[in-house]
Design a protein around this ligand. Structure first.
Ligand code: WT7
Length: 566
């Protein structure tokens, strides 16, 4: 396998093996105020603590096609103090869950830090979610309030979530809703509620192969991991202009769109508007982005637009490009070397890990096709189904030794789900299959479960199937990920309709719309196939892997356990 020369040996981390041999998480904690005061609040460490030295430095730079809004560290500190004061006045208190359901905007970030300052628990949600998606998540963790925007508020299932008392609405509050702007008249000072390192930080919902989405609860200690990976993987330096393209509704958008840069005293770039190659290149040029953290699907789409488009923009500011979320094809790295004059650094992690666990470092040669090596302070291994460590080049379960600071604290209200990850204690089992080569580089092999990864977004088949069967003409549905050259996978649904129903193209479109409108656009199938019966085990579980194997024209494997429909 080819190996590319290290991109930048002079990076913050320097030599990987050396960093690894001397690294201690205890030393990282010394970079925080809490190591002196014993008082922890992530919002204080990310924002307020910088005000004295970096008060006038830009913390948030928001760009849309027309305008640009910037907030300095001082402005962000004051605005989030005002918001914290408003929240307290509304009776919201420590430990309460507060959803953030907003389009990307400065307000989203102000709300996020305001919620953290009162030690309530923010639950950021991607703006594409529709009513059923919101309801599943809200009825799981009973929020007392939602911070939202006029354009999204109608999707909030207010009547069905009894705990939900308060809607804070930007750009047009009505009736008993609280206007977001009310915070402007509140005091600009606020003493954060002080916590311990193991106290809650935030919740991100994510999908598994069975059941409804899980609320992954992170602890304040996560910031230790965000800070250090920001320094050594994103290689952030004080003059960097950093852009993470992920939405804060996903963990990448908080861990690396908010915490990693701000904790390092570096501003973060935020854009509004859908992906287009021109808009993204224009953003790099306008903001002068130096470090860019994005996703393979986006890079493949950009690759599809070709190099000529690049020549219309000045991208010379870029010095480091990274990606996450799905396998990064070697082809994309080779293309990037031509098109951007530099490679892409793959990083691997999950919502549950809270921070990057395996990565290609600027100072380490890249092997295209490999996710890289474990972060210093992180131990990764490949284990079999009994928890026994496997050897070089043997495919097995990718596992991580528990104890890194950003590891999730729990799964909300579902202890047994949490314990499942640690069935081979002290290993955390990721759900990914991988192998490690003779040089210690890790290689992704696939998911071991039915979780779908479409354009870097994790979708649980059960959630989509549940929505499909809500349609009056549908009896049953099974959903799989089907390989796709751009999106990694697309969602394909196999649907059994009621007797006598016409299996028409119109019905297919209607069902796709039904999922889009009810659940979320990114969770809607792109392909539907009508089928007479679904393959099931004798106990009645849908055998999605049979459908997948059939779709791919593969050998159906061991089907002992199978009942009818195969
Ligand atoms: C799953 C986690 C937190 C990052 C964003 C996604 C897949 C993640 C890679 C990579 C191949 C990857 C895995 C993982 N994944 N990074 N570099 N190469 N696959 O977070 O939604 O929790 O999904 O994304 O399958 O388990 P997530």
């Amino acid at each position: 396998m080819d190996k590319l020369a290290a991109h930048n040996p002079e990076s913050n981390m320097g030599d990987y093996d050396k960093a690894r041999s001397t690294f201690r998480w205890e030393d990282v904690a010394k970079n925080f105020e809490f190591s002196v005061t014993g008082k922890v609040n992530a919002a204080y460490e990310a924002v307020d603590r910088h005000v004295e030295e970096l008060g006038d430095k830009i913390a948030l730079r928001f760009l849309d096609d027309e305008k640009e809004v910037t907030y300095t560290f001082r402005e962000l500190s004051v605005a989030s103090n005002r918001f914290a004061n408003l929240l307290l006045e509304l009776g919201i208190k420590q430990g309460d869950r507060v959803f953030i359901f907003m389009p990307r905007s400065i307000e989203l970030y102000v709300a996020f830090f305001g919620i953290l300052k009162i030690a309530a628990i923010p639950v950021p949600l991607f703006e594409a979610f529709m009513r059923a998606g919101l309801l599943d998540r809200m009825s799981d963790c009973d929020p007392v309030a939602v911070v939202t925007h006029n354009s999204l508020k109608d999707r909030i299932p207010r009547d069905e979530v009894p705990s939900l008392k308060t809607l804070i609405v930007a750009d047009g509050a009505e009736g008993d809703e609280i206007s977001f702007d009310e915070n402007r008249t509140r005091k600009g000072t606020f003493e954060p509620v002080w916590l311990g390192l193991d106290d809650p930080l935030l919740i991100h919902y994510t999908s598994g192969s069975t059941g409804k989405p899980k609320g992954v609860l992170h602890a304040q200690r996560a910031i230790i991991g965000h800070y250090q990976t920001g320094k050594w993987i994103l290689d952030l330096k004080k003059d960097d202009v950093y852009w993470c393209t992920a939405d804060p509704g996903w963990v990448t958008g908080t861990s690396y769109g908010i915490f990693a840069p701000l904790l390092n005293g570096v501003g973060t770039t935020i854009i509004r508007g859908r992906f287009t190659a021109k808009r993204w290149y224009r953003t790099i040029e306008r903001a002068g982005v130096t470090v860019w953290y994005t996703a393979p699907t986006a890079l493949r789409l950009l690759m599809g637009k070709g190099e000529e488009l690049i020549s219309e923009f000045d991208l010379s500011s870029l010095r480091l490009i990274l990606s996450v979320g799905e396998p990064l094809n070697p082809e994309v790295i080779h293309w990037a070397l031509k098109a951007y004059k530099q490679p892409i650094h793959d990083t691997w992690w999950m919502t549950e890990t809270g921070m990057i666990m395996i990565s290609n470092y600027p100072s380490m040669p890249i092997k295209p096709g490999s996710m890289g090596k474990p972060f210093p302070g992180v131990e990764a291994a490949i284990i079999d189904d009994e928890g026994v460590e496997l050897g070089v080049n043997e495919v097995g379960n990718l596992a991580l030794k528990k104890g890194w600071p950003s590891m999730m604290k729990s799964i909300w209200k579902r202890d047994e789900k949490y314990r499942e990850y640690f069935r081979h204690d002290p290993w955390f089992t990721s759900g990914d299959a991988a192998y490690v080569d003779e040089d210690g580089y890790f290689h992704f092999h696939g998911r071991v479960d039915d979780v779908i990864n479409t354009a870097g977004e994790r979708v649980g088949p059960f959630e989509v199937e549940s929505r499909l069967v809500e349609h009056p003409l549908v009896v049953e549905a099974a959903v799989i990920g089907k390989p796709d050259p751009v999106r990694g996978e697309i969602i394909k649904a196999f649907v059994v309709v009621k007797e006598g129903v016409d299996e028409s193209e119109e019905l297919k479109s209607e069902l796709i719309e039904f999922v889009k409108k009810g659940l979320a656009a990114h969770a809607a199938p792109r392909e539907i196939e009508f089928i007479d019966t679904l393959p099931k085990t004798r106990s009645g579980k849908i055998m999605r892997r049979v459908l997948k194997a059939r779709e791919l024209g593969l050998d159906l494997g061991d089907l002992s356990g199978a009942g009818e429909g195969v």
